[in-house]
Design a protein around this ligand. Structure first.
Ligand code: NAD
Length: 556
């Protein structure tokens, strides 16, 4: 048995497909159909990565349907822009209430489609979205208020400047599978509260979660055309990039990000790119090992290591190196791996065999080149098709693939270092720069190291949780991306800034207009000295030379 989705507003499913619409299930309006009747080649089947069980078959949007969605969103946005900020905030407040009410159902859906433990989905996706909604609710009014822009230049004192922020129009969002709810939700909330429409292309691996987000938003009062989901694989994302959207927020791999950026450049479409990471964890010689090892394991293995901000490489001071490894090894033995719907489980499956193969190749490569395997390093086929054991590798070296390429799996590769200079160099030796963490009891030393790390975020004595701080901007240096989401900088990506200038003396021609000549040049030189000369004597002289500038005759 498969499920076919027929959520209201789900445009791409309006084609006749001969399905047996026998039974309605759950919040997202799933209909049960028999497998034999599914023949649409332009469809995706979403599965539970823990079991391999097919959850639903969804028709993919055609390029025409993507374009139609964007045009519908454009029309809806014109009306939404006129809705007061207070009313938009009220819709977000309602969304927040509905999500809080339905949080356990949403967490279970995330677990079924993305594999992570439902408890983790609650903590790292739903709570984060509830908080992000709160941030928008608290800050949108202030953020969108017009603000005066005072002028320092004497010549401009007769003018009054104001800055205002206008929505772009339609924001296209292309999102990945690893945080299938929080990533598109946080971006969508920021877009909507600032007056934009959204067309979201979720990952082909987690479309049901995106449709659940759409359902909650519509139920909260977001007009159906204002927030739409288009389903499909890469080509559907490419069609969205090529459509009439006004800005794109893309989250995914560096390789796809480069393709998307190249395509966007053809029509100067503004983009935010949230891409991959290879985040270093730096454990100094004074770190508390009990806490640090627990942090390292959560940072490396939560969501089966499939987190852009996860600990991808770990450098431990040589004095703490062996005790750190021993403690990690002992704690790994206590971790529970299994189906995320079981509330005792801490680590779920990986999303797809493709992802598993990348991890396996990198671990094998490291071991062939001398890394020491202290735990894991193998598939757990007895649990299901996509399980990989939490893996601890020691004695890795900087030139190994596992220290250079994004792994995106439950692996903690550890290397020793001798001093702060060394570890800063190693941490910065990467094409990525998403985040980093420094673990120490000495705050000043930690901050000094943080200041020298090339990354969008550096955390002291924690990692990943920056994503859950609604005020904190999220984004990377180097190949980890362009632009920011979350917080005020995230709101800033959703608006264009307009400067409006009002001349308070409209009846007077300006001194810098035509009517040049030697006297004018002399006066202008004097005026420059009045403003910028270093000594008071020169300033006074300049004031005398410029006298008459504002009353000069002979202008055109
Ligand atoms: P991906 O690049 O394979 O896909 C991301 C999205 O892009 C998917 O929806 C996919 O269908 C779509 N897509 C594919 N080809 C496209 C094209 N030509 N045009 C437009 N869209 C296209 O990434 P993924 O495997 O879904 O996600 C994992 C990656 O995402 C990792 O590299 C991870 O680090 C990164 N990520 C980054 C952040 C961040 O905030 N920096 C957050 C989560 C994940």
């Amino acid at each position: 048995m498969l499920l076919v989705l027929t959520a209201p507003g789900f445009r791409v499913n309006r084609r006749p497909n001969g399905l047996d619409e026998s039974k309605q299930l759950g919040n997202v309006g799933l209909l049960m159909v028999t497998e034999a009747k599914i023949v649409d080649p332009a469809a995706i089947v979403t599965t539970n990565p823990a079991t391999g069980e097919a959850l639903a078959e969804l028709p993919c949007a055609t390029p025409d349907e993507v374009r139609a969605s964007v045009l519908g969103a454009k029309a809806a946005q014109l009306a939404w822009q006129k809705v007061s900020v207070g009313e938009r905030i009220a819709v977000l407040r309602k969304f927040q209430q509905l999500l809080n009410r339905d949080r356990d159902d949403v967490a279970r859906l995330i677990s079924r489609e993305a594999g992570k433990p439902a408890a983790e989905a609650l903590a790292t996706e739903i709570l984060v979205v509830l908080d992000a909604a709160g941030f928008c609710i608290r800050n949108a009014r202030r953020f969108l208020r017009e603000r005066p822009l005072p002028h320092a230049n004497l010549a401009m004192k007769t003018k009054r400047g104001t800055l205002s922020r206008e929505p772009y129009g339609v924001i296209g969002i292309v999102s990945p599978w690893n945080y299938p709810f929080s990533i598109p939700a946080i971006e969508t909330l920021a877009a909507l509260v600032t007056g934009n429409a959204v067309v979201l292309k979720p990952s082909e691996l987690t479309p049901l979660v995106a449709l659940e987000l759409q359902r909650l938003l519509h139920a909260a009062g977001v007009p159906p055309d204002l927030m739409q989901v288009v389903i499909g694989e890469g080509p559907v994302g490419a069609a969205l990039v090529d459509s009439a959207i006004d800005k794109l927020i893309f989250t995914g791999s560096v390789a796809t990000g480069k393709r998307v950026a190249a395509s966007a450049a053809q029509r100067l479409l503004p983009v935010v790119l949230e891409l991959g990471g290879k985040d270093p964890m730096i454990v100094l010689d004074d770190a508390d090992l009990e806490v640090t090892t627990s942090g390292a394991l959560w940072g490396a293995f939560m969501n089966a290591g499939q987190t852009c901000l996860s600990v991808e490489r770990c450098y431990v001071h040589r004095r703490q190196y062996e005790p750190f490894l021993a403690m990690c090894r002992e704690k790994i033995a206590r971790l529970r791996v299994g189906n995320g719907l079981n509330s005792e489980v801490e680590i779920g499956p990986m999303i797809h065999p493709r992802q598993l193969k990348i991890v396996e190749d990198q671990v094998n490569d490291a071991m062939q080149r001398g890394a020491r395997l202290l735990a894991g390093g193998k598939r757990l086929t007895e649990l299901g098709p996509n399980f990989y054991a939490p893996t601890l590798l020691a004695d890795v070296t900087q030139d190994m693939r596992i220290m250079q390429e994004e792994t995106f799996g439950p692996v903690l590769p550890v290397a020793p270092f001798d001093n702060d200079e060394d570890v800063i160099r190693l941490a910065n030796d990467s094409e990525f720069g998403l985040a980093a963490s420094v673990w120490t009891r000495d705050r000043r030393r930690g901050e000094a190291i943080a200041a020298r790390i090339k990354a969008g975020t550096v955390m002291l004595n924690d990692m990943v949780s920056c994503f859950g701080i609604a005020e904190a901007p999220h984004g990377g240096f180097k190949h980890s991306g362009i632009g920011r989401t979350h917080g005020e900088l995230g709101l800033g990506e959703m608006v264009q800034t307009k400067y409006v200038d009002v001349d308070r003396m409209p009846g007077i021609a300006k001194v810098w207009w035509f009517g040049y000549g030697s006297q004018y040049r002399e006066q202008m030189g004097g005026f420059a000295d009045l403003l910028f000369a270093q000594s008071w004597a020169a300033k006074i002289k300049g004031a005398m030379r410029s006298s008459g500038l504002f009353r000069r005759s002979g202008r055109v």
